[in-house]
Each structure stands twice: as C-alpha cells, then as structure tokens.
Write a protein that binds this ligand. Structure first.
Ligand code: NAD
Length: 502
C-alpha cells in the first residue's frame, strides 16, 4: 500500500545527540523497492560540513567515553540488545520496506544484531590483554588494549542492521566514538539501530549518523584528520578508493568487499540437502549477499540430475513483496541493481552459457512497481566466463561441471575473490582436504555459502578484503591499539638487551 505524503517522516542527521539537517537543504528519498510508490522516508543529503560537525562531536566525546570502564560500556550494549529484541518485528518490517528482502530474512538480520550485542557485551568483561615475563629481574611486562579514537564507518545496504552492529558494538565496547554513514538505500535501519543505542544510554556524541551519497559523505569522512580508523563494507571498487585514501593519511582501515562464492557438490553428496542449500544460497536475499552462492561446481556424475532439479525448483519460487510471509524472493534493491543484473544475463547469453531458467524482469500487474527479477540459472558455464568471474549481486547462479574434488577446488579458487565457499560430500577425507585448500575466509561443509554466526571471524582473502576480520574477538584487533607496558620495580636503571644477568 503506497504511503501518503503526509505520513512520510523526514530524518535529520544525528550529531552530538541532536537532529541536524544538511546545511545545503538537500534531501534524498528512501523508496520501497517492492513498490516504488511507497516512500519510506526522507533523509538528508549531507556533505563535508555535517561530516566535520559529526567528527568533532565524536572527538569531543571520546575522552569521557573511553574512560568509562569497559564492563560499564558493555552493560549499555546489553541493554541496547534487549531493546532491539523488543523492537525486532517493527525494525524488521522497516528493513523489508526499505531494501526488499523477505521478512523472515530481515528478522534474521535484526537477530544477528541482537546476537552481536549479546556477544560483545560479554566481551566487555574480558577484552583480554596478556602478561608475559620480562627478560630483566624485578620488572613486570603486560599488554593492554586501548581504544583507537574516532572511527568512521561506511556501510552497504544488504545487511542494513547486522553490518552496522558488527562495527558499532565492538567499537563501542572498546571505548571508541563513531561516525556512521549508512548506505543511501537503507538509512532507516541505521536510525532504528542507533535509537536502541541511545535509549540504552550511549551518551551524546559517542555515535553520530551522517546520511548522504557515497563520495559526498564518504570522502570527507575518510579524509578527516581526526578520524583514526575507517571500517568499510561494500564493493571492491569503492574499497580500493578508501584503502588508497587511508594509506595516504596513515589511517587504520578495514575493508570487507565482494565475493564470488562457490558451492562444490561431489557425486557422493546428499543431493536433496545440496539442492535445498543451493536454492537458499543462490536466491536468498535475491542473491544480494556478499556470501551468496553464485557458482555451483558440480561433479559430472550428478551434474545433469542436479541441474534439472535446481531449475525445476527455481521456477517454483514465489517472487513478491517481502512483507508477504509466503514470498521466497523479494526485489533487488534499486533500479541500478536491476539494470546491472539484467546486463549480466545478457553477458552470460552472449558468452555462450545456457540460460536454463529466468533472466527476465517480472513486470506483471502485481510486480509492476518493483524491481523483481526471476530466479535465474545458467548451465554449462565455463569457469573463465564473466558470469563465473564477476560479482553479479542478484538472483543469478552459474552451474559449472567439474571432474573431481581437485578440479572443483581449482575452479573454485580461480577468481579474484575469496570470501565464502562450500563443499557437499559424505567423505570426511575430502572434506578436510577442501577445508585446507579452498582459498576463502569461510568454508562450509554440507551447508551453503551463507549463514555466518557472530562469534566467528568474518571476512575473506584475496580481493575480498585487506586481511581484517569482523565478528568474534578478532574484531578488537581492529578497534583497539595494543599498548606494551613495562613496570620496573628494581629501583635501578636496567637496560634491556644490554644488562644480561649471569
Ligand atoms: P558500494 O561499494 O557501492 O557502497 C558501500 C558504501 O560506500 C555505501 O555507503 C556508499 O554510499 C559508499 N560509497 C560509495 N562510493 C563511495 C566513495 N567514493 N567514497 C566513500 N564511500 C563511498 O557497495 P553496495 O552496493 O552498498 O554493497 C554491495 C557490495 O558490498 C557488494 O560488492 C558486496 O559483496 C559487498 N559486501 C561485502 C560484505 C563483506 O563483509 N565482505 C558484506 C556485505 C556486502
């Protein structure tokens, strides 16, 4: 049902606990990709002026916040998690409305933020450093974790609450202050998330939101001299720009980028399980997950049977507005994404892959106002074709035949990305060989390429990132600086490496 103009709320930036409009007076519309007549909200189109205000507010709040004991900061995070739990249904519905994925998945997205809060709240009483013997007598050595300072966060739209939670929760428990830039398509979920933090007691200035277009907000944020670290999740192209900028100003920089995730299915696999996994991995979130199963590498003995059944089942998936509980696949997020995905369908056809099902925009009367694409399966795809190499980020999967596990792994690894991977087999020896040899930050055995849990490290190898991991305790390696501390209680000058007691 379209929203009337009078019901539409205008959101300002959230800076130092206050609502601050863009000084330019410009705004952006947030529309429902399942029905573009539905205007979800109006957000500020901000620029350098608002970024500067937000960074200065974060810098001013840093000293006090960083001196709050970590267990006390963590109690606030625990309360925020409870608020998210209370608001789970409302926030999930807002999320489906602003980015389209089906309601059971947006409930999962909100749940991931809740899980993340609960995990990092517990870490507030750990944040372990280490003690170690000194080489000198009567000297004590230890390492502590200190916050980094003001952290800038630049987010994508596909996990509108989970990804901000992976960034904000560990950053806050560690004592940092933050300026977050939501994706243009999903600012409302970041507002909902930060409203929970504020209600839970995060003080003014500790978390600030600046909305707007990519470079207009992103560039001043990553270039600001008071920003000590940038945490970015998004495309490899933008990641490269951010990495270069951060290198110039010696900022710490975490890049979580694209994927081209393979699922290998061997002849001995439980085919029913693998088919179920393939449908979920390829078409969940309309294929717009960084970990989406975008290549299915099938051993030749089961290739035909698997592909025929995959195609049959893909045709049965229900496409529609994600707020309808019976829908399997929602729209893609925007017109630009629709055009990109349909462009790749043409590339696949031109390069000689067989379009076994899908490939079209769905435009009947029920879908005419949204960006819906049929679940699409390409078969007989050669590993070097563009659709098998480049991230499509839509409901399109490429089926590639292989001879053996070794051949499958070679195909799987022959892309520039390395985020997630999966293998279906009943053979434990092959499973462990694949765990060792698949070039990816994540490997699933007998499960699709999606389904990360918040307490394990999340991130990838090769051009998927720059070596950092979100999730789990490893997140503190990004959000804290190690400090080495030496306490000499000998009452005399002792010289390391020079005084060597007999
Ligand atoms: P994107 O790179 O287009 O945008 C991400 C963010 O960067 C947005 O907030 C955008 O406004 C901002 N941005 C754009 N141009 C900028 C610039 N020049 N300077 C600074 N900021 C800029 O990505 P997207 O379309 O929002 O998200 C999809 C991509 O994200 C896919 O490639 C996907 O694989 C990736 N992703 C990766 C992970 C992961 O953890 N590895 C998770 C989710 C999504």
């Amino acid at each position: 049902m379209p929203t009337t103009a009078s019901e539409v709320k205008t959101f300002s930036n959230f800076i130092d606990g206050k609502w601050v409009p863009a000084s330019s007076g410009n705004t952006c519309e947030n529309r429902n990709p399942a029905d573009t007549r539905d205007l979800v909200g109006i957000f500020q189109r901000s620029g350098a002026a608002e970024v500067n205000q937000a960074v200065e507010a974060a810098q001013a709040a840093f000293k006090k916040w960083s001196h709050v004991p970590a267990p006390r900061r963590a109690e606030i995070i625990m309360r925020a998690s409870a608020i998210l739990e209370r608001q789970k249904e409302t926030f999930s519905q807002d999320m489906t409305r602003e980015m389209g994925k089906v309601i059971k998945e947006t409930r999962g997205d909100t749940q991931e933020a809740i899980d993340c809060g609960n995990f990092f709240a517990g870490e507030g009483r750990r944040m372990y450093g280490l003690t170690t013997p000194s080489e000198l007598p009567n000297k004590f050595a230890m390492c502590t974790r200190n916050p980094v300072g003001v952290v800038g966060m630049i987010c994508p739209w596909n996990f509108p609450m989970a990804i901000p939670s992976w960034k904000l929760f560990p950053a806050l428990v560690a004592g940092n202050t933050c300026v977050i830039k939501p994706a243009e398509d999903t600012p409302l979920s970041v507002y909902n998330f930060v409203s929970a933090l504020t209600e839970a007691g995060v003080p003014a200035g500790v978390v600030n939101i600046v909305t707007g277009h990519g470079a207009e907000v992103g560039s001043p944020l990553m270039e600001h001299p008071l920003v000590r670290a940038i945490s970015f999740t998004g495309s490899s192209d933008v990641g490269r720009i951010i990495g270069e900028s951060c290198a110039r100003t010696f900022k710490r920089c975490s890049l979580e980028l694209g994927g081209k995730n393979p699922m290998i299915v061997l002849d001995d696999a439980n085919l029913e399980l693998a088919l179920e996994g393939a449908l979920w991995g390829a078409f969940g979130t309309a294929g717009q997950r960084c970990t989406a199963t975008s290549r299915i590498v099938l051993q030749k003995g089961i290739y035909k049977k698997f592909v025929d059944e995959l195609v049959r089942r893909a045709k049965l998936l229900k496409i529609g507005n994600g707020l309808d509980e019976s829908v399997d696949v929602g729209p893609v997020v925007s017109k630009a994404q629709l055009d990109t995905v349909l462009g790749y369908v043409e590339v696949g056809k031109k390069d000689g892959a067989r379009l076994a099902t899908g490939g079209n925009r769905v435009e009947d009367s029920e879908h005419t106002h949204g960006f819906f694409i049929e679940p699409t399966v390409f078969t007989d795809v050669a590993p070097k074709m563009r659709i098998a190499q480049e991230e499509i980020f839509g409901p399109v999967v490429s089926c590639i035949p292989c001879d053996s596990l070794e051949d499958g792994i070679e195909i799987a690894n022959d892309v520039k990305y390395g985020l997630s991977s999966s293998l279906y087999t009943r053979d434990v020896n092959r499973a462990f060989a694949a765990i060792r040899d698949l070039e990816a930050g994540i490997t699933y055995i007998n499960a699709p390429t999606i389904g990360a849990e918040v307490h394990l490290p999340f991130g990838g190898v090769k051009q998927t990132g720059n070596g950092h991991r979100e999730g789990g305790v490893g997140a503190f390696d990004f959000y804290t600086e190690w400090k080495a501390v030496y306490v000499d209680y000998s009452d005399r000058l002792q010289k390391a490496q020079i005084d060597r007691p007999e």
